[in-house]
Design a protein around this ligand. Sequence first.
Ligand code: CP3
Length: 318
Amino acid sequence: MRQAGRYMPEYRSLRQKHSLLELCHTPELAARVTLQPVERLGVDAAILFADILLPFEPLGLGLSFAAGEGPQINRPIREATQVLDLPRVEPATDLAYVMEAARLAVRALPARVPLIGFAGAPFTLASYAIEGGATRSFTLTKRFMYAEPRAWHELMLRLAELVGAYLAAQARAGARALQLFDSWVGCLSPADYATYVFPHSQRALELARASGVPVIHFGTDTAVFLPEFARAGGDVIGVDWRIPLDVAWERIGPDRAIQGNLDPAALLAPLPDLEQRVRDVLDRAGGRAGHIFNLGHGVLPETPVEALQHVVEWVHGG
Ligand code: CP3
């Protein structure tokens, strides 16, 4: 999940001097931000500081982050013909600065703290590429998917290959786990997931897995199609809080590890209430091997740092 960010004073102070993209583009700064949550919270793994949308720059889609408005894609994909015109991207060279940040972070991290690399899943990336920014309804994405199925599958195929190669390059740069973020896939019906997304997520996950490190397959709002989502791949399935952890694990199957699933908003609750919610997640995992405690989605900017410190302490204390 997003670990670094606006809830942390040391991150905010760097952001006063540099834009989000500047932080991402400068390996020394990206490595420094990667370390901030490890130092401040004592979490067991570091997540590389980057963004899932960075591949849009070499893809020629144009990327910017407007203050308070989230990402903006300046040349969104609206016509089928645009898909075939997309340039081929070589992540190891076109996104070399990400790999350099990973190498620097690995060097600076204590040996016991592994680095997690990540990428956006084909569907989540396609939705930003088509919508041009954040959306609630995914109208343009779904219209493109239904009206231009050939172009849709071509786009998804290209994104799957790109993302697979990007994840593998991060593993070569020292990442010891890889996470595929399908943050918005829950907007789809199970049938549309199976038809329009499943084979492409499967391909991206297969390419990532070939690098030899464990892969985490994360989505939100996936409760109703979890078995299918898990079948697409991933050694670990990341779930959000909309389903109790034990129910999710049953749907995923006992052969898979699970990551989750505290509601990030629980960190805004009074501490005794927060502790009870943390204990509920741990109780539902029941001490079984293969549970990675995490939030069900990213840390909210309003979160008090102390609440996160308490959560880490409680989880470590068992
Ligand atoms: O520790 C870390 O934070 C790791 C780095 C990281 C970022 N983005 C940096 C970032 C990670 C893992 C991401 C993933 C990401 N980015 C996802 C998938 C995970 C998820 O949250 O669902 C998505 C969908 C994006 C796209 C994106 N980037 C959005 C929607 C936003 C705007 C969010 C907002 O609240 O305005 C961003 C900006 C972004 N990327 C921030 C960070 C820390 C926000 C802070 C800032 O502007 O400085």
